[in-house]
Structure formats: C-alpha cells, structure tokens
Design a binder for this molecule. Structure first.
Ligand SMILES: *Cc1c(COP(=O)(O)O)cnc(C)c1O
Length: 388
C-alpha cells in the first residue's frame, strides 16, 4: 500500500483526520443480505452518526445498495438519514418524546412505544402515529416486559391514531450475565403464537442484530437490525454464519506539526514518561479534543514512516507528543498513523481498541466532529482487518 508520508489526501490542509471506507459498508451490507436472503428486511442501524461513519453518507450508500429501512436514536441522525434516503422507513429507537411530534410528522418517522406511560404521552399529541412496539426480553433497558406486552398491544389497537407496524426487541448479548439469546427469544415465541392465532400479529417482527445474526440464523424473522456488523466492528465475523466483513473506519491519522530535540535551555525536563537527554519530540496535531482518550499510557504508539513511535503522555486538547528519537528521518508534515497502515506495519482496530481500553465500537464512536472524515473507497480483501 502506498504510504508516502507527505501525500495529502485532503482538499484542504488538516492536521488530523479519519478515513472511512464507504464501499466497505456497502460490501458488508451485501454480505448481510446474502446471509439473510430476500425474505427478511434489513433495518440498518445508523445510531451515533452511523457508528461514527456519518449517518447521511452511510444512509445514501445503503439506500442505493437496497437497505429496506433505517434505525436511529437522535433527531440529528433522523434528519441526516431522511435527507439521504427520502422514501425509506426510519425507526426511532427509544429516545425522542412527544415534544418531537412535529419532527415525527415532517420526516415521516416510525416511533417506538415501550410502555403505557410512553403511549399516553404520544396519544396526548393527537397526531396519527406509525409505531413499533418494543419488548424487553432480558436486556433490562427500554421496552415493555413480556408480561405486559399483550395489554400494551390491546391499548394501541383501541386507538385510531396509532398504527402498530412492528414488534421488536434488542437482545442482550453481553456475555455471561443474564440470559442467553435463545432464552430471551423463548420469552417472545409463545406470545407471537398467541398473537398469530388471534390474527393480531404486527406486520414486522424483529429481534436480531449483529451478534445474533452471526450466531442464530433462526432468529432472522421478518426483519433484522444490524449496526456494528455493517461497519466491521464485531470481533469475529464467524458464528454459525461466516460473513466477509471489512472495517469501515480504515485509518486515524495526524500530521507532525512541531519537531525538536530537547535541550536544557527549556529548563529542567518536566516529568515526561520515557524522557532521555536529546530526546527528539514530535508533536501531532491531534488531541483529546478530537476524541482521543485523555489518559493513554506510554506503551501506546503510532506509526511514522512505517516505524513505531511511543506517545509521550499526557495528551493535550489539540496536541499529542511522540518520541521520534529513533526515527531520524521523521519530518515536519509527516503523517503519523494512530490506526491503519504505514510501510509494512499496521495498527489494527482490535489493537487500538485495547490501547484505548475500549472495544471496536468505542474506537469508531470515540472521535468528535472536529476530527474530519474523509471517504476512501479502496480495494480491500474480505476480513483484511481481522488478523493482527
Ligand atoms: C444498537 C442497536 C442495534 C444494533 O446493534 P448491533 O449490535 O450494533 O448490531 C439494534 N437495535 C437496537 C434497538 C439497538 O439499540
């Protein structure tokens, strides 16, 4: 891969940026589509500005690729998705309330109803509403409990302004705590049977997102709503299904904006981890203001001209120091790679997640708006981000 350090991929000079591979998202979508087939709708979950990749751009890519609908939480994400995908259903996961009723009408949004109090608030607006009822099968978060589902559906059915288009759950899949995905779905199955027998089954039933898509094909049902998987943010793409998935966030980079060899005319050296006399320090134009974690230890490194340079904490609002004593060829303006490839070396998403003490989703959703996104559509081999 070409990594000539001074090459500038930006239309204007930036000191730091992230690279998003939108074609990887389209490819991941196609892998999910191939797995679930045509009989299951795909609600692409684009919450948190599409996991940091930019909700508007991602929505237009996925809309063109054939996504059936979108799921978001915030009004800002709903606006971006609506603009990019005018005709597609948008499901609002629990978040907005009845004070957003004008937005719901103007953008033609489908709201979630998680309980009776929730329903009463929306009914008070008098507006006609398209609704998905959310049931909590063991996440212990939003959603009506299985025991109260039937009553909530009956209440909805008694209201002329409410059209229940779907019933959905989000499975808890955080390891050992709580119940397994099959145990959670088993809480819903008899209720679905009952509703079906009564001819009251909502049109769309949806319980499966990234993890269960991989591990439980039997939970596909009428629709699925993967998020992380579409952005290549799952740790493994193999379960009972194996999908060819590529990370959409392909790089985080910053330029060297200052460079000097330390000398004692600056006074006694501050308590810099790894300090040595004649240390050559480079300053990168990225800091915790861009979303880099404020507290990283000195074992964290970046790549400069294909070589590892340790960071020298603490991290500042706009700046991050690195030790380039052993990289004499480092120059002002060079690209430093926090995530991605440089020369023959590479910092992978799992590695950066470990250093940032988070997971892949934490890295993707960590950067702030001030860290510019640039779109790179490059050739990639499926699963190239997997190995380390
Ligand atoms: C976040 C979320 C999803 C997507 O989950 P992934 O694990 O990222 O696939 C789906 N549905 C709901 C309700 C969510 O909150």
């Amino acid at each position: 891969m070409d990594n000539s350090p001074r090459q500038n991929p930006l239309p204007v000079a930036e000191t730091a940026w992230r690279e998003i591979n939108l074609s990887a998202i389209a490819s991941n979508y196609r892998a999910v589509r191939a797995a679930v087939g045509q009989g299951t709708k795909i609600f692409a979950c684009l919450k948190q500005d599409a996991y940091g990749c930019g909700a508007g751009k991602v929505a237009s890519v996925l809309s063109a690729a054939g996504a059936d609908a979108f799921g978001v939480v915030s009004a800002a994400d709903a606006l971006a998705v609506r603009e990019a995908a005018p005709g597609k259903p948008i499901l609002m996961y629990p978040g907005i309330g009845p004070d957003a009723v004008d937005l719901v009408r103007d953008l033609d949004l489908t709201i979630s109803i998680s309980g009776e109090e929730d329903l009463a608030g929306w009914l008070a607006t008098g507006a006609p509403l398209k609704v998905f009822v959310k049931v909590d099968l063991g996440f212990w978060r939003a959603g009506v409990s299985p025991a109260n589902l039937r009553r909530l559906l009956d209440l909805c059915a008694s209201q002329r302004s409410i059209a229940v288009a779907g019933l959905y759950a989000h499975l808890s899949e955080f390891g050992d705590a709580g119940s397994s995905a099959p145990e959670q779905v088993a809480r819903l199955s008899p209720l679905l049977e009952e509703l079906k027998a009564a001819g009251r089954l909502p049109k769309t039933i949806m319980v499966s997102s990234s993890e269960s898509l991989l591990h439980h094909p039997e939970f596909d049902m009428g629709a699925v709503d993967p998020g992380a998987l579409l952005f290549g943010l799952v740790r493994s793409c193999a379960g009972r299904r194996t999908l060819s998935i590529c990370a959409a966030l392909s790089a985080i980079k910053a330029r060297i904006v200052a460079l000097k060899t330390s000398d004692d005319s600056m006074g006694a050296p501050p308590d810099l981890p790894g300090y040595r006399p004649d240390m050559r320090l480079a300053v990168l134009g990225i800091g915790w203001g861009h979303g880099v974690p404020r507290h990283l230890d000195a074992s964290a490194s970046v790549l400069v001209r294909g070589r590892r340079a340790s960071i020298v904490p603490p991290i500042h609002l706009e700046h991050l120091r690195i030790d380039v004593t052993d990289i004499p060829e480092a120059m002002l303006g060079d690209e430093a790679v926090l995530l991605g490839s440089s020369g023959g070396d590479r910092i992978t998403l799992p590695e950066l997640a470990r250093v940032w003490k988070t997971d892949e989703t934490g890295v993707a959703c960590g950067p702030r708006e001030s860290l510019r996104r640039i779109d790179v559509a490059r050739e990639f081999k499926p699963n190239q981000q997997e190995g380390e």
